[in-house]
Design a protein around this ligand. Sequence first.
Ligand code: SF4
Length: 188
Amino acid sequence: MDGTGEGGALLMQVARRYVALEKAIREDIDRFVGPVCAQCKRVCCKASYCRNTLLNPWYHYLFEQFGDAIPLPWERRDPPPGLGPNGCLIRAGRYAYCSAYNCKAVRVSFESERAFKAFQELSDLLKDVGLGFAGKRHLTDVRSWDEITLSRLERLDKKIKEGMERFSELHSLLCMVKPGDLFTRIVF
Ligand code: SF4
């Protein structure tokens, strides 16, 4: 299939659901660890990660359809093209491993291991829905529309729905953590 031909309706439906999950996860990441990242002088972004949005047909489709039409200097290496003054500019179709990455400073900003584990699981959700998308290959490894078949899209849709349910549980759990449990210890 391709982005506009057969299966276009299913593609758009799955894409909308994925982007809704992506947005919800991003908002929670911003909410729970945004203050930690804002104080950090290190750059954990890499141009090669951003380029997954350009090279992967699924991510690129999401970026074009839902990414606020932000033009990015894809050829730039340093700083990475997706990195803006306030964080990642890729609002849709961001490389799933970027959401999943939590450094030591983020980890120690959580007072309890239980809270961090819940946060890490929430951060991993987009990575998890893409596991085994094309046989043993992850969704992030896809490079051609030929690999995005209807049956794979249907399976992805199911995994996104499961991811949304798990997101709700993790979100509720993290919101129950008292503010004092978060952001109290930040070590660089
Ligand atoms: S978080 Fe955004 S800017 Fe940073 S590497 Fe990932 S895609 Fe690029």
